[in-house]
Write a protein that binds this ligand. Structure first.
Ligand SMILES: [Zn+2]
Length: 333
C-alpha cells in the first residue's frame, strides 16, 4: 500500500501538469474539513407526494453549460480519443450549514431535449462484454484522505461493494455488472495521468478515484472543490443518445470514512449514488427546507437524492423502481 501511495503522489504531480486550466491557488487545500458542517439534519418522508411533481431532480433541474462541454470535449480531443462526446455531468453535493444546494445535472449545449442516455446491450463500439456492464477501479487513485490528516482508506473494496449492491438487484434482468482489471490504463476521457495510457473503453465505467479539490475547481468551476463530493461524467457516441463511457471522480478535499462517522462522508454511500448515475439513473426526490431552522425534508429518501444526507447504503423503493424500469428487460446472454 505504501508503494501505491508513493505512486499516487508521484503521479498526481504529472496529473496536475496535464490540466490546462489549473488553479495556482492552493488555498482550497487547507484543512477546513475538520469541522462538523457536513452533519446533515433532515426528516424523511416514506411516501411519494401523491400529487406527483415531486421529482425535481434529473432533467427538470438540468442546466446547460456550453463552456463545460467545450472544455471537456477539448480534453477528449487532446487525449486523441475520437467518436465520443460529453453528454452530461451530475454533481453530488454536501449540504452545509447555511448553504443548501443540491447537486446539478449539467448538460452539453446540444442536449436541449435532455433525452435519457442509455447503454446499448452488447455494443461493439465500446467493446462490450456481451450484455454485461464492466467497471474498472483505477488503483493508484483509489485512496481517500491522502490530502488530510484522517486515516488513509483504500476505497477499492468499498467501490466493489457499491457496485455489488446494484448488481444484486438484477433478479430477472440479464444485466451483470462485472469488474475488469486492466493494468497500465487510465480509464478517463478527460484527464491524463503520467505514463498511463488513456483508454475510456478499458471498461464501460471508469472509477477514477479521489482527486484534489483543485481539479474539481479547474473543470467544474471555482468553488466546486468546497461543495461537490463526487461527479459522474457521461459520454455518448457522437451524435447519439447512446452511452459510450461514464467516469466517476471523488473529491479528496472532503473528510472521507468507511463508517459514516458524523463529520465525515461515507464512501460507500457516495459510491452507491455515483454508480447509480453510471447505470443511467438521474437524481430523484424533492429536498426542501421546511422551516426557519433549516430543517430539511426529503421525499422520498433515495440513494439517488441530489445531495448527501448521511449514510445510505441500501437501495430504496425509487432506486429499485428505476433499476427495474431500465434493466428489467435487459437481454440475457
Ligand atoms: Zn448525483
Amino acid at each position: 500500500m505504501l508503494t501505491k501511495l508513493t505512486l499516487k503522489h508521484t503521479l498526481l504531480y504529472t496529473l496536475f501538469l496535464s490540466l490546462l486550466f489549473m488553479s495556482c491557488d492552493n488555498s482550497a487545500l487547507t484543512d477546513d474539513h475538520q469541522d462538523n458542517r457536513f452533519v446533515p439534519y433532515f426528516t424523511e418522508s416514506g411516501e411519494m407526494n401523491k400529487r406527483g411533481h415531486t421529482h425535481t431532480g434529473g432533467t427538470e433541474q438540468g442546466i446547460i453549460n456550453e463552456q463545460l462541454a467545450e472544455l471537456i470535449n477539448g480534453k477528449i480531443s487532446e487525449l486523441g480519443i475520437t467518436g465520443i462526446e460529453f453528454a452530461k455531468a451530475e454533481t453530488f453535493t454536501a449540504i452545509q450549514d447555511g448553504n443548501f444546494q443540491t447537486g446539478q445535472t449539467i448538460f452539453a449545449n446540444d442536449r436541449v431535449k435532455q433525452l435519457p442516455f442509455e447503454w446499448v446491450p452488447g455494443d461493439a463500439r465500446r467493446l462490450a462484454d456481451g450484455n454485461n456492464l464492466t467497471y474498472l477501479v483505477f488503483e493508484p487513485l483509489a485512496f481517500a484522505n491522502t490530502g488530510n490528516p484522517l486515516p488513509v482508506i483504500d476505497a477499492e473494496p468499498i467501490f466493489d461493494t457499491a457496485f455489488s449492491t446494484w448488481n444484486n438487484l438484477k433478479k430477472n434482468s440479464g444485466l451483470a455488472i462485472v469488474k475488469r482489471e486492466v493494468p497500465g490504463v487510465f480509464p478517463s476521457a478527460i484527464l491524463g495521468f503520467g505514463s498511463f495510457i488513456n483508454d475510456p473503453f478499458a471498461a464501460d465505467i471508469g472509477s477514477i478515484g479521489f482527486l484534489p479539490g483543485s481539479i474539481f475547481d479547474a473543470i467544474l468551476g471555482p468553488g466546486a472543490s468546497g461543495g461537490v463530493l463526487g461527479v459522474a461524467f457521461t459520454f455518448t457516441f457522437a451524435g447519439t443518445d447512446e452511452t459510450a463511457h461514464v467516469e466517476i471522480w471523488y473529491n479528496d478535499e472532503f473528510p472521507w470514512s468507511d463508517d459514516g462517522t458524523p463529520g465525515t462522508i461515507d464512501i460507500e454511500s457516495v459510491a452507491l449514488h455515483e454508480n447509480g448515475h453510471a447505470l443511467g439513473f438521474d437524481h430523484f426526490g424533492r429536498i426542501a427546507i421546511v422551516n426557519a431552522n433549516g430543517r430539511l425534508n426529503v421525499a422520498p429518501r433515495a440513494v439517488m437524492n441530489a445531495a448527501y444526507l448521511g449514510p445510505l447504503r441500501e437501495l430504496r423503493g425509487t432506486d429499485k423502481a428505476s433499476f427495474n424500469q431500465r434493466y428489467g428487460s435487459w437481454p440475457k446472454d
